[in-house]
Design a protein around this ligand. Sequence first.
Ligand code: HPA
Ligand code: ZN
Length: 334
Amino acid sequence: MSRVALIRRLPKVELHVHLEGTLEPELAFALADRNDIPLPFASPEAMRAAYRFTDLQSFLDIYYASCSVLLTEQDFYDLTWAYVQRAHADNIRHVEPFFDPQTHTSRGIAFSVVAGGIRRALADAHVHFGVTSRLILCILRDLTEHDAMETLDEALREGLVDGLGLDSGETGNPPSKFARVFARARTARLHLVAHAGEEGPPSYVTEALDVLGAERIDHGVRVLEDPALTERLVMSGVCLTVCPSSNVALRVADTMESHPLRRMLEAGLRVTINSDDPAYFGGYLHDTYVQAAEALDLSDAQLVTLARNAIDGSFASQTRKDELRAELELATGY
Ligand code: HPA
Ligand code: ZN
């Protein structure tokens, strides 16, 4: 079996995808038209051509601006449903997407409109495709603790999310800024994750684990800089949701060939492959696996390990994990 054929067969689990980062220019234009909202681009092609980033912040500026076309519950449904269809086409069997409610509530859109539309599409994903999911609210770390706490309180009142995460501009916004928000979420029995060690130092990964109680680290590509932290993560089996095409697009890594993913895998870290913001970084999950596998010459066994790590690192029920592991064994012989 060719490498691409093996990747196609893998029952995949995606643990790091921002729903707002799946907004394709064509859908952005359709929603802009439907909602009578101007976009600063002449066409979807012109919008896509503007996607040239120098770092995380240069991407975030465009990513947040594009969200202005999302207004109604149906808009959030359509955004999520478009992703679900692509996920199904990529043989994704379970997904734990992120969304950024503060990007929308700050524009006057109710939390229930945002999360309600997303949840309805995720429920349909289960009915139509058998794709299971957990939904994770991400706090924007460049905003205040107060704003984060209000957002979490609203989410807990609505009961529409399964986990809490932390994203947006990392530099200067350490995890400890949100210690009390994560403590409250832990009391409410939400799952906890955090972006750390993308642009920020390895010490942010340590803080995410020790101060926030994060169960998974999103990105974490800088952990190899700290051998003691690497050893700790290997011993504890904490899952790292690595996004290689995002890291190249945002210049966290110089090239796909020099990306640390393979070295992380060979160090025994529980790494997974994810797409992050696929509408912006040139590919959904299948393509991301292929790009990384070809550039880093990953073996079949390493590809199966990546897929298994994602099952093991997910928040799916034990029964669902057993099902997915059985599907993986049947599909690959591993
Ligand atoms: N990092 C931080 N915030 C984000 C990202 C990311 O990769 N994608 C969307 N928001
Ligand atoms: Zn991310």
